[in-house]
Design a protein around this ligand. Structure first.
Ligand code: 8YV
Length: 312
């Protein structure tokens, strides 16, 4: 759908396969195009932008997160960067709830037992998980996705807490019944479940490090659908093995697909292959946003989803 519409509007060169493009292939594409549409696996740094020459005018990212693009360097070369916020919000928030429930209610362990043929019938004390109703959820990053998570979790009876660069307006806080914590240390020490929903920036890199993991209750469950770099993955594995963290639901990893093997094996970890926004509907909406950004720019206006350095 999106490709057809793009081809109707623009002179499009599609990448040949779904494979990751090399640096050289990306630079070659940037040299030949006015607009580049990367995904999160296409890392675009200052050297590549310098090598791209002067033709490229817009990077219309297919996705909300732009941590794989050197936005400041693009800006200094007069290359605009746009993204696709909003359309990934609800699907990602649904995935946060799926991960919270999968870990706390031990769904993968139940499925694995069924697949092995272990089940002998109901037993009152078998497969006991934890109830999320009445528990405290700490949301790190209260942007659109964090707020969508808060709405869902409140409907499940969770108590909502959050840490953010800025405190929300009082009306929004009241609507979400959310309690603001200026101190991330103090918040994480008191939560039953923690959901990472902030972007990856230099100031959020390893926000959940060994020291903060130690502050948490040993019963805590950590969910990350944002970017792997926000959590020190090795420290998380150590904390899970040491029983300092009870469980984790992960959709993203510090080194992309090169995940710490323990995360595939530990019993209270649910590891998904970055599918938080992966709905058919969402992908079409993301494509439509990309098209709107390019079309608006081609018509001589500012793309609606322009990313400015330091914004995310
Ligand atoms: C996308 C994402 O699948 O929007 C984002 O930031 O992480 C995902 O929803 C990805 O960005 C595609 O490039």
């Amino acid at each position: 759908v999106v490709e057809t519409r793009m081809k109707e509007l623009f002179d499009v060169t599609l990448r040949e396969t779904d494979d990751k493009m090399t640096r050289e292939e990306l630079v070659a594409a940037m040299q030949r195009a006015d607009v580049l549409v990367p995904t999160l696996t296409d890392h675009i740094d200052a050297n590549m932008l310098a090598a791209a020459g002067n033709r490229l005018r817009l990077i219309a990212n297919f996705g909300a997160g732009v941590d794989h693009i050197d936005v400041a360097s693009a800006r200094s070369r007069n290359v605009l960067v746009a993204n696709t916020p909003g359309v990934v919000t609800e699907d990602t928030a649904d995935m946060v709830m799926s991960l919270i429930l999968a870990v706390t209610r031990r769904i993968p362990e139940g499925l694995a037992g069924m697949a092995r043929g272990d089940w002998q019938g109901f037993a009152p004390m078998a497969n006991l998980g934890g109830r999320i109703g009445g528990k405290r959820l700490g949301i790190i990053g209260m942007g659109r996705i964090g707020q969508a998570v808060a709405r869902r979790a409140a409907a499940f009876g969770m108590e909502i807490h959050y840490h953010n660069r800025r405190q929300l307006r009082p009306e929004t806080e009241a609507e979400l019944k959310a309690t603001f914590w200026d101190s991330l240390d103090q918040m994480v020490a008191r939560m039953d479940v923690i959901s990472v929903n902030c972007p990856h920036t230099p100031s959020t890199f390893h926000l959940l490090n060994a020291r903060r993991l130690k502050l948490m209750k040993p019963s805590v469950v950590i969910v990350n659908t944002s970017r792997g770099e926000v959590i020190d993955e090795n420290a998380l594995v150590r904390a899970l093995k040491a029983g300092e963290v009870a469980g984790a639901g992960l959709d993203v990893y510090e080194h992309g697909a090169n995940i710490n093997p323990a995360l595939r094996e530990l019993p209270h970890v649910v590891a998904l292959p970055h599918m938080g926004s992966a709905t058919r509907e969402g992908r079409i909406e993301m494509g439509e946003k990309v098209i709107l950004n390019i079309k608006t720019f081609a018509d001589g206006h500012r793309p609606p989803d322009l990313v400015v350095p330091g914004m995310l």
